[in-house]
Design a protein around this ligand. Structure first.
Ligand code: NAD
Length: 313
């Protein structure tokens, strides 16, 4: 019996690779419904997919920000039966808070938080009735740890972490599984799109020092971090597949062991001082974020923490 997997945001990046990996499962255990806002962007997925298209893969249009689009899409699925929902669609946002309007901030929440909530509200009641199902949410390490100049994106991912952490307790009663995936940096269009946005930025409302910290201190370190620690979308897809296949999936799933100590810092000091000061020193006192990160990671990584990460292979 094939399990029906619905994935959001499949025209690029991580969503596309999850769709390909599951649709090409050698035992054909999954029927993948890969969804995207605009079906005109399907070519890359269809190309990557090859044989599976039409057999283990269906494409449907779905915009996570529209009630109508979500309802129409789910109603068109046979018996509205979805075994596994993978909430992957998401958008980024970088920059000094002073330069970002509240309307722009709300758009990030519309996709990353309300978009995911809309999908869960549409699909969860049927899963609860059937006493089975698995909801997977693409969060981020930034859903667990704040990062300078990523204030709004981080807040949107914290919001969905809090929502799901609360829901997970209730869903246990209904035998519905809920899992968060927390990748660190991943090389996708996400990174490219964000850098394009940054290139266009004019920083209205931000003072010169803040703009300098953002452009000359934060951005170069962020590029270093992506280069040194970035995973591929296939790495993340492999982690998701493991979570899908696990009989007792964990609630949180960091995909990159290098980030485990960074997250652990927060839990090691409940006053928050350790993480706030570590990140401050990282950026402003050590010149190179990379240098400090590496020494910090060396100090903090121990095998016991490392074992808590889900590895792509
Ligand atoms: P991406 O930009 O390639 O993919 C995001 C996808 O979401 C795109 O296909 C986009 O069209 C789609 N999308 C955006 N708004 C949508 C909407 N309203 N309805 C439907 N689809 C919509 O980037 P990615 O890196 O593959 O991102 C996927 C997920 O992974 C996101 O939730 C992101 O926050 C998360 N993530 C990314 C990274 C990273 O470094 N790339 C790190 C951690 C988490």
């Amino acid at each position: 019996e094939q399990r029906v997997v619905l994935i959001t945001g499949c025209s690029s990046g991580i969503g596309l690779r999850i769709a390909v990996l599951l649709a090409r499962d050698e035992h054909k255990r999954y029927h993948v419904i890969a969804t995207m806002r605009d079906l005109k962007k399907k070519d890359r997925l269809v190309e990557a997919e090859g044989d599976a298209y039409g057999k283990t893969l269906t494409l449907l249009a779905l915009d996570v920000c529209s009630d109508e689009s979500v309802k129409q899409c789910i109603d068109s699925v046979k018996d509205r039966h979805i075994d596994i929902l993978i909430n992957n669609a998401g958008v980024g946002m970088l920059g000094p808070v002073e330069s970002i309007s509240l309307d722009e901030m709300k758009k990030v929440f519309e996709t990353n938080f309300f978009g995911t909530v809309r999908m869960i509200k549409e699909i969860m009641p049927d899963m609860k009735k059937r006493r089975s199902g698995h909801i997977i949410v693409m969060s981020s390490v930034m859903g667990l740890q704040g990062v300078i100049f990523n204030d709004v994106y981080t807040a949107s991912k914290f919001a969905i972490e809090g929502f799901c952490e609360s829901l997970a307790v209730q869903l246990l009663k209904f035998d519905v599984k809920l899992s968060m995936i927390e990748p660190g940096p991943v090389h996708t269009e996400f990174e490219t799109k964000m850098m394009e946005e940054v290139a266009k930025m004019e920083y209205p409302g931000a003072d010169a020092d803040t703009v300098r910290y953002f452009k000359d201190v934060y951005l170069p370190s962020s590029i270093d971090i992506f280069q040194a620690m970035g995973q591929t979308p296939d790495d993340i897809a492999n982690c998701v597949k493991k979570v899908v296949e696990s009989s007792r999936p964990r609630f949180r799933n960091l995909t990159n062991s290098l980030y485990t100590p960074i997250v652990a810092m927060k839990y090691a000091d409940e006053t928050g001082g350790l993480s706030v000061h570590a990140f401050y020193n990282l950026l402003f006192n050590f010149g190179s974020l990379m240098h400090f990160t590496m020494s910090l990671l060396k100090c903090l990584t121990c095998s016991c923490l490392r074992r808590r990460t889900i590895s792509p292979d």
